[in-house]
Structure formats: structure tokens, C-alpha cells
Design a protein around this ligand. Structure first.
Ligand SMILES: N[C@@H](Cc1ccc(O)cc1)C(=O)NCC(=O)O
Length: 622
């Protein structure tokens, strides 16, 4: 019997605090990673973003490794501890790699040996990816393991609280770590304080590990049942081979192709594999959701840069977790119970389908915003056009006519200038509020706000300093961005509503439909849908460039609608199961473990009505 508080196992407290600290550590480090590449290692934009995405993709591929270690070898508890140690070492290594004084022998403020810093940071990132990805499927599943059969309602609430902790951690860290980076620190010279920005996430990871170990005496720990993954692979291989050997029509058909393993493998293992395969099959269309979801960080960020408003980076990094923190309780406490009260069966797979449709709507909203932005963007010449800018330095206005080529876009300025000797220089800058012209003791200063996205030309006459800078002419070549960033809020709202319906439910579903000894593996399968979604983004970004961004958004929205229709058909044929019950049935058929059986039957009888409604379940079709 585990210690409980308000119907929840106390051990859960340690797990959610552990998750909060870990996600703080992960998202905090991620928030300053590209800046570190760009401004510390002095990589260009392309290299910095490629390495960043490769790192994120690796973090979603390593869960499968963690799950195999947990379910086949060490068990979830030990896997979390060992991989958290690897993770913490990675974070510390990363923080050390950002101390410029280590190699700054000449004390000029820049590292002298970049190879050292690059090698150390890459080592740190690999360890972090191994740690964060490896423990990810184990922590959620381990949390689920703490609940008993009669606590299925609390189990669902746990997954929501778990998701809230993820987002509370990420929200705080994405706000705090950039501020830490902006501090100045150093031994010989003062620099932006990367060691602090990476050091705090490292400390949080150590705290996460300590909190997890602190709960050690209270956890329900399930032992791994040998090398389950290897047994699964061998069993599937045998079923395929055996089916192939008996392909002639003279052999009677079997109910399921896995039944062709009956000759050699345990019925229980075959039943468990069937459960897992059914869920994995259902996962096939899911990466498309992540393909849209993960474009928040790329396409939508770029869209924001063509809009007006000063809170670009804050908006982008915090709007998602803030909305999650608001929407999860609203959905759990208000919307879902209300739907249930109306007598509608809003089963997990239905929720996920609706989540996909919300994400598709978010992309329609993004397309509408893009159309508004496009109306305000400057008219750039296409590949078959040229653009001329004629600066009139003559003393009166001149008419400019161009006849031979109709495709020319002409912009002419009837400005008065007093010199013909001038040089041009183009300066791109951020947050410009003033600039000055200085010549010896003489100077002109302009103080005014220049709009984002705008381009200006200043024509400076030779008399500039004798007439108090009055004669400088300013020409606005490109208008500043005028579509406000607030217009992106509906799309963020829609995609986050989609995330709550899709992601939180998917997490619960993956746990509830997995046999006991393969819970982490199914969590890893669930996380892999995210990795595949990210890979699709990379491929589509490279190959499928549509000439108009809004058209690309609509294309993605239509693809997701099509995929959600396919998913809803697949879901219709999916029968929700109670893995424990199936396992008990198989054991009974095999005449195994009678005492165990009795215990399980008793526990099953204890299940309240709540479970059937909440978990969705048995024999219910979408
Ligand atoms: N909602 C995401 C977290 C998140 C935080 C900040 C962002 O800018 C984007 C996303 C989430 O809950 N992800 C699941 C996870 O396990 O991290």
C-alpha cells in the first residue's frame, strides 16, 4: 500500500517537481543555445540553426534508447537516475565550455582556442541529448506506475499536472536564462555571462536528480522482465517467417498474423505485442501534427519578424507555455466535464482528432495573417524584372520616363540636392533610435524611432554642417512593418488548444494502452512521432518551397485535415483495451499464477464507474 494524500500517491510530488526542474534545465539551456553558437562561437546563422535543430532532433530520438534500457534491463527507476547523472554532467560540461577565460591567454575578451570550446560544448550537448531523451519516456511512465487500479481518474489528472509542470518550468527558464546571459561576468575581462545562463540550468538538473532520489523510499518500482525488446523482435520475426512458410491456401487462416508465433512463443507475449502494434499502427499519421506544431519555432517566428510590435522574442518563447498553463485547467475542469455532461463520448482518440483540426485551423489563421502582411510588404522585383531607384540631384524636379522595357518598376525621387559627389553605404541595424554624423568637431544628430522592416536613404549635402543639419533629406525607401504581432495571437491560441487536446491526451493514451512491461517503449514510440514530424519539417523546408508563404500554410492545413480524416477512420476501428485485464485473461487461459490471478480479479472488481468513463474504455469505439 503506498502513502496517499487527497487520493494521490505522495511519491507523485517528487516526480512532478523532478519534471519541473528538468524541463527548466532543458528549455533554459535551449533558450540561449543559438545565441551561444552565434555570438560566442561566432558561427554564422545557417550553421547555428542547423546544429540547433540537429540537437533537438537527437533529443527526440534518444527516448527509444532510454525505453529499451528501462523496460529490458535496469527498470525505470535506475534508468532515470543513471541517465539523469549523464544529463547533469552534460549540462555542467556545457556550462564550462562557455567560460571564455579558460582559453583567453592574451586577455582580450575572446577565446583563443575555439576548437576547445566547440569540442567541449558538442560533448555536453550529446550527453544532454542522451540524458533528456533517455529519461523522457521513463519519467511519465514511472509516474503512471505509482497509481493503482482504482485511481484511474487521478491518473488522468496526473498527466495534466505533469504537462503543467513541463510548461511552468519552460516558461520560467525561457524568461530567466536570457536575462542571466545579458549580465556581465568574467575573470580577466567582462563578457556576456554565458556561464551563468548555462550554469543555472545545470544546477536545476542536479536539483531535479536530488529531488527524484529523495522520493526513493516511496516509489512503486516495477522490475524489468528481462530483455523484452529482444524477445519482441524475435517473436515478430518468427511470426513473419512462419506465416511465409505456410503461405499456401491449404493452411487455415489465423485471426491475427502474430498468431503465427503461437507454435514457439508464450501467448502472453503475443497478446502484449498485439496491443503494442495496434497502438503503433495508430501512430503512423501522427507526425503530421508535429510537422505543423514545430513550425511555430521557425516559420511563425520569421512571420513575426515582418510584423510590427516590440515584443517579438518574448511573445514567441512564452506564449505557448502561458496558454498551456491556462488551457489545461480550463479543459480539464470545464470543457471536458461539460461535454461529458451533454452525454457526448469525447474519447481520447476523438480528442486527438479534434486537436489536429485545431492545429489545421491555426495554419489557416497564419495564412490569413500572411495575406495581410503581404499587402504591406515592399514590391521586390521578380527574376524577370529590374528595379531602378533614381536619385535626382538636379536643382529642380525632373520627369523620368522609361519606355523600352515595360517590366521595369520605377521609383523616382524628386528631391533637391546640392552635390553630385556622394557615396552610398547600407547599414542594417536593430533598435535604432538615433544616429549621428560626425566630422571633426562638427556633428549632426537625429533622434527618432525607425520602424522595423523599413529602409531609409539619407541624402547629405555639402552644406550639411553650415545649416544646422537642416538640409539633410530623408527618403523612406521601404515602409516599416505595419501589421501588428497581436494578430498572431489567434494562431497561437488555436495551436495550443490543439496541443492540449492532442499531446496531453496522447501521453495518457500511450500509457493506458500499453502492457505493463512495455509502458516506456510506447511512450518512446509516442515521442518518436515528434521526431519524425521534425524531420518532415526539415525535408519540406528544403524541397517544397511554394512561391507564396500563405499558400504553404494552407497546404499544410489541408494536409493535416486529410491526415486527421484518415486518423479518425483508423481510430473508429480501434477498440480501447485494459491491458491488465487482457493479460489476466491470457494467464487464466494458460492456467498460470492462480494467486496472482485472484489478486488481479479482486482489484478489477474494485474499479469504480469513474474508470470506465474516464479511461475510455473497454470495448468502446470512437
Ligand atoms: N508546450 C511545450 C513546451 C514549450 C515551451 C516553450 C516553447 O516555446 C514551446 C514549447 C511542451 O509541453 N512540450 C512537451 C515537453 O515535454 O517538453
Amino acid at each position: 500500500m503506498t502513502a496517499e494524500c487527497c487520493g494521490y500517491p505522495i511519491s507523485i510530488f517528487f516526480i512532478v517537481v523532478n519534471e519541473f526542474c528538468e524541463r527548466f534545465s532543458y528549455y533554459g539551456m535551449r533558450a540561449v543555445l543559438v545565441l551561444y553558437f552565434r555570438y560566442f562561437l561566432l558561427w554564422d546563422d545557417d550553421l547555428a540553426t542547423s546544429i540547433y535543430h540537429a540537437f533537438v532532433a537527437l533529443c527526440y530520438l534518444t527516448p527509444i534508447l532510454g525505453a529499451i534500457i528501462a523496460d529490458s534491463w535496469l527498470g525505470k527507476f535506475k534508468t532515470i537516475i543513471y541517465l539523469s547523472i549523464v544529463y547533469a554532467i552534460g549540462q555542467v560540461t556545457m556550462a564550462i565550455s562557455t567560460i571564455h577565460d579558460i582559453t583567453d591567454a592574451n586577455r582580450d575578451g575572446t577565446p583563443d582556442n575555439f576548437t576547445f570550446h566547440i569540442a567541449l560544448s558538442m560533448l555536453g550537448l550529446i550527453l544532454i541529448a542522451l540524458g533528456t531523451g533517455g529519461i523522457k519516456p521513463c519519467v511519465a511512465a514511472f509516474g503512471g506506475d505509482q497509481f493503482q487500479e482504482h485511481q484511474s481518474r487521478q491518473l488522468n489528472t496526473f498527466f495534466s499536472v505533469f504537462y503543467l509542470c513541463i510548461n511552468a518550468g519552460s516558461l520560467l527558464s525561457t524568461l530567466i536564462t536570457p536575462v542571466l546571459r545579458a549580465q556581465e561576468c568574467g575573470i580577466h575581462t567582462q563578457q556576456q555571462c554565458y556561464p551563468l545562463a548555462f550554469g543555472v540550468p545545470a544546477v536545476l538538473m542536479v536539483i531535479s536528480l536530488v529531488v527524484f532520489i529523495a522520493g526513493s523510499g516511496m516509489y512503486v518500482k516495477t522490475d524489468p522482465e528481462g530483455n523484452i525488446m529482444w524477445s519482441v523482435c524475435k517473436c515478430i520475426g518468427f511470426a513473419i517467417k512462419n506465416r511465409f512458410r505456410h503461405r499456401s491456401s491449404s493452411y487455415p487462416k489465423r485471426e491475427h498474423w502474430m498468431d503465427w508465433a503461437n507454435e514457439k512463443y508464450d501467448k502472453l507475449l503475443i497478446a502484449q505485442i498485439k496491443m503494442v502494434l495496434k497502438v503503433l499502427f495508430l501512430y503512423i499519421p501522427l507526425p503530421m501534427f508535429w510537422t505543423l506544431f514545430d513550425q511555430k519555432g521557425s516559420r511563425w517566428t520569421l512571420q513575426a519578424t515582418t510584423m510590427s510590435g516590440d515584443f517579438v522574442s518574448i511573445l514567441i518563447s512564452t506564449v505557448n507555455p502561458i496558454l498551456i498553463l491556462t488551457l489545461v485547467p480550463i479543459m480539464d475542469r470545464l470543457i471536458f466535464p461539460l461535454i461529458q455532461k451533454c452525454g457526448l463520448n469525447f474519447s481520447p482518440l476523438k480528442r486527438m482528432t479534434v486537436g489536429m483540426l485545431f492545429a489545421a485551423m491555426a495554419f489557416v489563421s497564419a495564412a490569413l495573417v500572411q495575406i495581410e502582411i503581404d499587402k504591406t510588404l515592399p514590391n521586390f522585383p521578380s527574376s524577370s524584372e529590374s528595379q531602378l531607384k533614381v536619385v535626382n540631384t538636379y536643382s529642380t524636379t525632373l520627369n523620368v520616363t522609361i519606355s523600352p522595357n515595360e517590366h521595369l518598376l520605377i521609383e523616382s525621387f524628386g528631391v533637391q540636392l546640392h552635390t553630385s559627389k556622394h557615396t552610398y553605404s547600407t547599414i542594417s541595424c536593430m533598435f535604432v533610435n538615433d544616429f549621428s554624423l560626425i566630422h571633426g568637431e562638427q556633428w549632426c544628430e537625429f533622434s527618432r524611432k525607425f520602424g522595423f522592416g523599413a529602409s531609409y536613404t539619407f541624402l547629405i549635402p555639402s552644406t550639411v554642417f553650415s545649416d544646422d543639419c537642416e538640409s539633410i533629406t530623408e527618403v523612406e525607401d521601404m515602409k516599416p512593418n505595419s501589421v501588428h504581432m497581436a494578430l498572431q495571437i489567434p494562431q497561437y491560441f488555436l495551436i495550443t488548444t490543439g496541443e492540449v487536446m492532442f499531446s496531453v491526451t496522447g501521453l495518457q493514451f500511450s500509457y493506458s494502452q500499453a502492457p505493463k512491461n512495455m509502458k516506456s517503449v510506447l511512450q518512446a514510440g509516442w515521442l518518436c512521432t515528434n521526431a519524425v514530424g521534425n524531420i518532415i519539417v526539415l525535408i519540406v523546408a528544403e524541397l517544397g518551397k511554394l512561391p507564396k508563404q500563405w499558400a504553404e500554410y494552407l497546404l499544410f492545413a489541408s494536409l493535416l485535415v486529410a491526415v486527421s480524416i484518415i486518423f479518425s477512420i483508423m481510430a473508429y476501428f480501434y477498440t480501447y483495451i485494459d491491458p491488465a485485464e487482457i493479460e489476466a485473461q491470457v494467464r487464466k487461459e494458460q492456467g498460470l499464477e492462480p494467486e496472482e490471478m485472484e489478486k488481479e480479479t479482486l482489484e478489477m472488481e474494485e474499479k469504480d464507474e469513474d474508470q470506465k468513463n474516464e479511461q475510455g474504455v473497454k470495448q468502446t469505439k470512437i
